[in-house]
Structure formats: C-alpha cells, structure tokens
Design a protein around this ligand. Structure first.
Ligand code: ZN
Length: 500
C-alpha cells in the first residue's frame, strides 16, 4: 500500500517538474535565439506551462498521498527526504490563494518594464508605486505562507529552506565588522593594480573559445551542456544530460566574459553532478540557492582568481591574445583580477566589497517588510546606508537603488543567498583543502578533477537530503560562520596589498 502511494506521489511530483523543465527550455530559447516577433506567442506558452505546473503541484491527491505516507513509518532514507521536501513545496503552493499568485505574476511582469524605464530615465518616483504594490503583495504572501518570527522568513524560505533572518543577521554582522577592517587596511596600503590591462582589446570570438576551454578544464561536460550568449547571464539545468550556460562578452572588458563563464560553469557543474536517478524529486534537486551560489563562487573566485590557476592559464591566455599581454607579468595580471575598490554597482564589485552591497539590501528589504521603511523613502535610506557602509554617495538612483532587477521581479529575500554563497564556498573550500591536501599543485598543472570529485560526492549528489545549514555541518563539521571567508580573503590580499 505504502509503496504504491509513494510511487503515485513521486510520479505526480515528477510530472510537475517535467512541465517546469519544458518551461526552462522555452525560457532559455527566449533569452538566446528566439526572434523578437515570437515574444507574444512565447508569453502564451509560458503562461500555459506555469498554470499546468501549478495545477499538478496543488492537486488535492498529492495532499492525500502525503498524509497517508506521513502516518506510517518510512524506513528508506531517500523516501523520507522526498516526502519531507514535497510536503514543504506542496504546503507553500496550496497556502497561496490562486488569486494572489495571479496578482503577483501580473504585477511583476508589468513592474519589470516600469523598472527598466525608470532606471533608464533615473526616475525613481515612476517605479515607487510598483514597489509599493509589490511590497504589499509580498507581505500578503508572507502571511498566507506563515512564519514564526519575521515575515521576511516566509520569503527567505522559498530560496533558502529553513534559514531565518535572525541567523543570517548574526553571521552578516560578524562578516561586516571584519570586512570593514580589511577593506580599510587595503585602502590604506596605497597599492593599486593596473586594471587598465583588463580593458585592452579582447576579441569576442577568442573570449568564447578560451572561456569554453576553461569551463571544460574545470569539469563542465559539454556533451551534456552548452554555452551561448545572452544579455543577463544565467545557468539553466534543463534535466539529466542537458544544462545550458549563457554569458555576455565585451571586447574591452576581460573580467565580464571569463569570470562570468567560470561562475555559470560552477552552477552547471552542480546541476550535472546531481543524482540523475532521482531526477524530478527533491533527492535529485539542488539544496538551496545559497548552496547553488556557493558552487559558482567557488569556481569563479576561490579557484578562478587564484595564483595557481593562473600559473597554468596565463601563458595560454598570452598565446590566445597574441601581443596583447606580452608586457604583463603573471603577478600583475593576478593583482589586476583581484582589485579591491569601493564601487557603486553590485555586479561589478570585487569579492570583498560585494558583501557590503548585499548586507545593505538585506537590511532595507527587512525594513520594507516590517513597514519601518516606506517604498517611497527607499532612495534616501539607500544613499544613507551606502555612505555609511561604502563611503560613497550614488550620483543617481539609476546607479543606486534602481540598479537591480530583483525587487521588480518580486524577488525580496533573494539577495542574501549571494553572500551565503560566498560564505559556504569559503567554508567548503577550506574543508576540501583539509581533505585533499595540496590542491594548489593540482591547479598549477591544470587539474581540477580531485576537487570536482569531492564536490560531486559531498555537495552535489546528496541533493536535498540535508538542508543547507545541516549540509554545511555534515561536510565541514561546523555551522556556517564568517571565519572561513575572512580567512581566505586575508590570505589572498595580504601579499597582494602588503598587509601586516
Ligand atoms: Zn550565480
């Protein structure tokens, strides 16, 4: 009886995931190859798939099967995990009134256009009523879904199951205190790399070839994936054997192309490393957005911006762009790709100051959700905090509170997962070095297989068997703290900036 019920539950849930993955391929196509005139028809297709997926997920039979399974003991560990996590997703889906789901979808699809327009014209007041509406809808969502401490937790839970604002606040506060010190020491060193070498001529076709070979070298399987060009880079795990990476290139901006590819390839290696035998179930799905981001940041930063990585790749880079980097030493190149400087735009920020941009957004989002901050007052609050944390005043809202698309998409609660990713990446990498010994020697020889194998075993293949915080404890023997990240940054910047 139980076995049949379990099979029925899994088959039904898997169908909702199949519908979702058809949506993913349609969305990938929309952002890469779809001709502009196809937009109307695509929107209709996407709307239909979203409705179909939601229907499959909220079918009352799913609830009956879950209850039946929960009332009898489950011996199999994987089955227990799948029942637990499907329950979480199912509850969230059915608690959301369909009118609210529809209202949010309609609002954010319009709000994104108003946001894009407002950013272009540096006109926050034109976006303010939309932000107002989105915050109101998100507060409604939080009370529909329910929460113990803070309404923000209900939103966070969608991206980072089990995490709470209170826990994140504690880790971020420690991180902030140490980052402020580190960044001040770097500024006081008076040393600056020659970043202009990264703005020389880097022909786009060669960036593509070099980026593709670097992604393959770190372990992204191109027999099970591909790399294409888009405006806003992303990685989409379509399903077993099919993972799509996208990136963007600028002929005079080296960092954007290569580090963008390494970042998305890190996401892709996670997707390719999931347990495909359990595709379409929680056991075969990624743990959380924070853990996903840890995998992209680990390859992009911990590996891709390290000296040993470039000891292998720099001579190849010089060859690829014959003549362009002949006068540049390995040391000055590595210094340039690790430049630390307070700046206005999050996506262009370095590894250290990046986290300040996130902490600022995390604080403002919570104030918006509690009602302490009115959406109309966001620009002033943003600029005050920015001055306080990064000692800069944005010259315009376009370069301030209007720079990110997330709020217009209703993605309140998403930002902290970026810094959680940096924190998890550092703590995982520290453990990988303890377990595997001299990884730098591997990197110098262009070998990344031992690290990838370790990640496959420890982080990727467990899927959602453990929630993010629990996974961290199991893999590293300790809960998440800021120490590994600060230790890693200090170790890297000390020789570059001649810190004490
Ligand atoms: Zn990412």
């Amino acid at each position: 009886m139980t076995t049949t019920t379990y099979r029925q539950l899994i088959d039904a849930f898997r169908e909702s995931k199949l519908v979702e993955s058809i949506g993913s391929i349609a969305s990938w196509d929309q952002h890469t190859y779809m001709p502009p005139k196809g937009a109307g028809h695509r929107a209709e297709q996407m709307g239909f798939l979203a409705k179909l997926g939601h229907e499959k997920l909220t079918s009352p039979r799913l609830g009956e099967w879950l209850t039946a399974l929960e009332t009898s003991p489950i011996d199999d560990e994987t089955e227990a995990v799948n029942v637990r996590e499907i329950r979480r997703v199912y509850d969230r889906a059915v608690k959301m009134p369909s009118k609210l789901v529809e209202e949010i979808a309609k609002t954010v699809s319009q709000a994104q256009n108003y946001w894009a327009e407002a950013r272009k014209k540096n006109d926050f007041p034109a976006f303010a009523p939309w932000l107002d509406k989105i915050v109101a809808l998100k507060r409604e969502e939080a009370s529909a879904v329910g929460f113990k401490e803070s309404p923000y937790d209900a939103l966070l839970d969608e991206y980072e199951p089990g995490a709470t604002a209170a826990e994140i606040t504690r880790v971020f506060a420690d991180l902030r205190a140490d980052l402020v010190k580190l960044v001040a020491e770097i500024a006081a060193s008076g040393k600056k790399p020659s970043v202009d070498i990264l703005n020389r001529e880097y022909p786009v076709e060669r960036q593509h070839i070099f980026g593709q070979s670097a992604a393959a070298a770190i372990g992204f399987d191109f027999q099970a994936g591909r790399l294409d060009t888009t405006v806003h880079p992303f990685c989409s795990g379509i399903g077993p054997g099919d993972c799509r990476l996208t990136t963007r290139y600028h002929p005079r901006e080296f960092n954007q192309g290569l580090f963008g590819i390494l970042h998305e390839a890190g996401h892709g290696i996670y997707e390719q490393g999931l347990d495909h035998a359990h595709y379409g179930t929680p056991a075969g799905s990624f743990a959380s957005l924070g853990i996903h981001e840890s995998q992209s940041r680990l390859w992009e930063n911990q590996v891709g911006r390290s000296m040993p990585f470039w000891e292998h790749f720099f001579p190849r880079l010089q060859q690829t762009y014959a003549g362009t980097l002949d006068d540049v030493t390995l040391e000055s190149f590595v210094f340039a790709v690790n430049n630390v400087e307070k700046s206005l735009i999050r996506v262009e920020a370095d590894e250290a100051t990046y986290n300040m941009h996130i902490i600022l957004r995390f604080e403002l989002e919570q104030a918006l959700m509690t009602g302490d901050l009115k959406p109309a007052d966001v620009p002033g609050a943003w600029n005050d905090k920015f001055k306080q944390m990064l000692d800069l005043t944005p010259p315009s809202d376009a370069q301030g509170c209007l720079q990110d698309i997330h709020w217009s998409m209703g993605g309140i609660g998403y930002f902290p997962t970026y810094t959680l990713g940096n924190l998890y990446a550092a703590q995982f990498m520290e453990q990988a070095r303890r377990d595997l010994g001299n990884l730098d020697e591997d990197f110098r020889r262009g070998q990344f297989g031992r690290l990838k194998g370790w990640l496959n075993e420890k982080i990727h293949s467990p899927g959602q068997r453990h929630r993010a915080g629990e996974l961290c404890k199991r893999v590293t023997g300790a809960p998440l703290t800021h120490q590994a990240l600060i230790g890693y940054l200090r170790k890297k910047y000390t020789p570059l900036y001649g810190l004490a």
